[in-house]
Design a protein around this ligand. Structure first.
Ligand code: ADP
Length: 753
């Protein structure tokens, strides 16, 4: 190669190297630029991060500061809490879920008498052990082991009940323990010593007050009892005085003495009862008794007052309800007397209706007896309805001024019913009337007869003649329940006009809208339907016993009608058409009186009268001379043989020698009481076919004094003070057929018939 070529080649190589260099330089400067940009971004990022770090550092500093402030606060609060807990007198402690003490205030620790062992970490079980071992707790009669076991069991329960423990120094602590969610237990021991002492003082004071109240009530009860006996004499004598020849003025005075005495006796009896309840001396005497008869006796007692006021007393005793229950008849009678007595007292026109129903529980052998007494009287304002059951509470003074009463009757009735497990209520509308009701659960006597007797053949259709009334509705319902077809006729003339051969029995009231029941019966007897049996209803026992009425009817029924009485009348309807048999005994006179004269010695004491008949023999067992005198005077016009016995023993002797037709028996007598004497007489009668009716005379029939009277074999009882009319009524009711007529007014009238 020549030089030129070599130079060319060198030039080419240099040019190529220069181009490569340029290229590399360009690449380098591009890389430099990129690096510069990256460095710039990195610098910026570092700046931002540094700012953030600085900010975070500031924040951390603040948080730290806050935290230490909060800590300080918590510590302060905890300190304050413990200072407070330390300051209170009640014990306070925390336990962990294993029952180990975490912390406790001084009051809590002091319970343990500063024992060093009682520090955080000690277990609850150990604390209990210390309490008993060191005699710090007074477990009284309880065995310490048992006490600890019970306390521990309580502690382990999820929600321990508060408990009171007595400490050795007679301090009382109420322990309250509350378990937290984590199982920790917060315990408090509240010092309730002053409260307990206060309660004890209160209890002692209450017991003293109650004892004083009982003593007062017992004193009142004794006083009432003592006052009652002479008062009976005053009232009895005043009644007799009224029957003697007196001037108008003297009669007024005697009548006032009698009325005031009677009013006082009612008050005394109420106070006596209330005092007995208060003194917790009132005990119930349950015995089998006939509820229907009991109700009837109450109605009979109130019938005269109701009659005087022109009120009708009505009874609707559920036909399917048993009549023999176990209960305290005296107390049930007392409640009934009060409620029916009030109904009569606060009613001026209309009626007083008793409804007796019941729901039986065959499994228990009991019956929930439901009795309502509805009246058409003055009613009670709504706001006073509950008030009247309180002691001495009456509806407004002005209203009551015209009515007598202590305001104790309903309070006593309510307490008595509560004692019997029953309840009482009232619904009333002022001006329209009231309805008092009560309910008591009574065991039913197993042989209590609820079956309705079959009606005699030929008795299907009954005509009831009476103006529309509640009484007629009740009778209609009862006859329909007996399966009889009833036609209701409003008056006598319509009855006579519609009567046909289809009617098997006519039942009429003694007072019809157009005529007297007796006149109606007379017309019936003399007309074409003279053989149709007729029963007449009357609320007057004298009219029921009147032979004139008996001779024109097939039987008289005393209103309100006793169920059994109605059944018997219907069942024996065809036995004895139009008869003049002796009157049915009044309620309570179970077997008839007549057999008493069939006894072996019955003729020994016969005192023949001009008419050939002997006098009726009446024995009165009564130990009080004043009462004897009262009794003698009351029956002096009756022309009977009267003999007295001073006690039960004499009464039994007199029963044997005197052969009485009727005995009036005082219940409380020395040596042998009236109940025992009657039992002895019933024993003597056993198997002889004789039966002498015995009428008890009780000081206060409404109280427990009368318990067991009827169960002891007595047929009926009268309450003192003795009432001439009631004594006469009894004597009339039991007058034997073969004895001479009684010579008082009624008998004179009867004799004239
Ligand atoms: P008392 O009849 O002796 O006043 P009670 O305790 O028996 O006392 O009755 C309290 C009061 O309740 C009566 O005074 C009377 O105001 C009212 N009261 C009770 N029964 C009736 C009733 N059937 N109708 C209207 N008011 C009655």
């Amino acid at each position: 190669m020549n030089l030129a070529e070599k130079l060319m080649e060198e030039r080419r190589a240099r040019l190529a190297a220069e181009r490569l260099l340029e290229l590399k330089q360009a690449e380098l400067s591009a890389a430099n630029r990129k690096l510069g940009r990256h460095a710039l971004a990195l610098t910026r990022q570092i700046g931002a991060t540094q700012a953030e770090v600085a900010k975070t550092r500031d924040e951390n500093k603040k948080v730290k500061l806050d935290l230490s402030t909060a800590n300080e606060k918590v510590e302060k609060a905890e300190q304050r809490l413990w200072d407070s807990l330390g300051a209170i007198e009640d014990g306070f402690a925390f336990f962990d879920s294993d029952g180990k003490l975490i912390s406790a205030n001084d009051a809590y620790l002091n319970l343990f008498d500063g024992l060093e062992e009682v520090t955080p970490g000690v277990s609850y079980v150990r604390l209990l052990q210390i309490l008993t071992d060191e005699g710090l707790v007074n477990t009284a009669d309880q065995d310490p082991d048992l006490w600890r076991a019970q306390m521990n069991e309580r502690w382990l329960s999820p929600n321990p009940e508060p408990i009171v423990v007595r400490m050795w120094d007679d301090r009382y602590l109420r322990l309250l323990d509350q378990r937290g969610k984590s199982g920790d237990m917060v315990s408090m021991a509240l010092d309730i010593t002053t409260t307990v002492q206060y309660e004890e003082e209160l209890q002692t004071a209450r017991e003293r007050a109650e004892a004083a109240n009982r003593a007062k009530s017992a004193f009142l009860a004794n006083m009432s009892h003592e006052i009652r006996t002479p008062m009976n004499g005053v009232v009895g004598m005043a009644e007799l005085l009224c029957d003697t020849g007196l001037s108008e003025e003297q009669r007024l005075y005697a009548q006032t003495i009698k009325n005031s005495g009677e009013a006082l006796l009612v008050i005394i009896n109420d106070v006596l009862d209330y005092s007995k309840i208060e003194a917790q001396k009132l005990i119930l005497h349950p015995e089998p008794f006939n509820l229907e008869r009991c109700v009837h006796e109450v109605l009979m007692l109130l019938q005269p007052t109701a009659k005087d006021k022109g009120l009708t007393l009505l009874l609707d005793y559920d036909l399917f309800l048993p009549n023999t229950f176990v209960g305290d008849p005296g107390r049930i009678r007392q409640v009934l007397t009060n409620l029916v007595g009030n109904a009569v007292k606060f009613t001026n026109t209309g009626h007083v209706a008793l409804q007796i129903t019941g729901i039986g529980d065959p499994d228990e052998g009991t019956c929930s007896v439901h009795i309502t007494i509805e009246d058409t009287g003055i009613g009670i304002p709504e706001e006073k309805v509950q008030h009247i059951f309180g002691e001495f509470n009456q509806v407004e003074d002005e209203r009551n001024r015209q009515f007598e009463g202590t305001g104790l009757g309903l309070a006593i009735s309510k307490r008595l019913l509560e004692l019997m497990g029953g309840e009482i209520w009232v619904e009333s509308e002022e001006g329209k009337g009231s309805c008092f009701g009560f309910r008591i659960e009574l065991p039913v006597v197993a042989d209590s007869d609820t079956s309705i007797p079959p009606m005699p053949p030929g008795l299907h259709r009954v005509m009831v003649v009476d103006q529309p009334s509640v009484m007629r509705d009740i009778l209609n319902k009862q006859l329909a329940m007996l399966g009889l077809e009833v036609t209701l006729i409003d008056d006598g003339a319509s009855a006579l006009a519609t009567l046909s051969g289809d009617i098997d029995l006519v039942v009429c009231d003694e007072h019809l809208a157009d005529q007297e029941g007796a006149d109606f019966c007379q017309q019936l007897r003399s007309g074409s339907w003279s053989n149709t049996p007729v029963l007449m209803l009357s609320s007057d026992p004298v009219a029921v016993a009147d032979p004139r009425n008996q001779s024109i009817t097939n039987g008289m029924l005393l209103k309100p009608i006793q169920r059994q009485e109605l059944f018997n009348r219907l069942a024996t309807l065809h036995d004895d058409p139009v008869q003049a048999s002796p009157p049915e005994p009044l309620p309570g006179a179970a077997p008839p009186a007549a057999p008493a004269q069939t006894g072996p010695a019955a003729t020994e004491n016969v005192t023949p009268l001009p008419c050939g008949r002997r006098k009726m023999r009446v024995l009165a067992a009564e130990d009080n001379r004043t009462n004897q005198l009262v009794f003698r005077k009351m029956v002096k016009d009756l022309n009977i043989d009267l003999q007295f016995a001073m006690n039960g023993i004499e009464a039994v002797e007199a029963y044997k020698s005197f052969q009485p037709d009727l005995i009036f028996m005082d219940i409380s007598m020395p040596l042998m009481d009236g109940k025992e004497a009657t039992q002895k007489i019933r024993e003597l009668e056993y198997g002889t076919e004789t039966y002498v009716p015995v009428v008890a005379l009780t000081a206060h029939a409404m109280t427990g004094d009368s318990d067991g009277i009827l169960a002891a074999g007595l047929d009926h009882y009268l309450t003192k003070p003795l009432r001439k009319a009631l004594i006469h009524e009894r004597i009339h009711a039991y007058l034997p057929a073969e004895a001479a007529p009684l010579m008082d007014d009624h008998a004179a009238q009867s004799g004239a018939a």
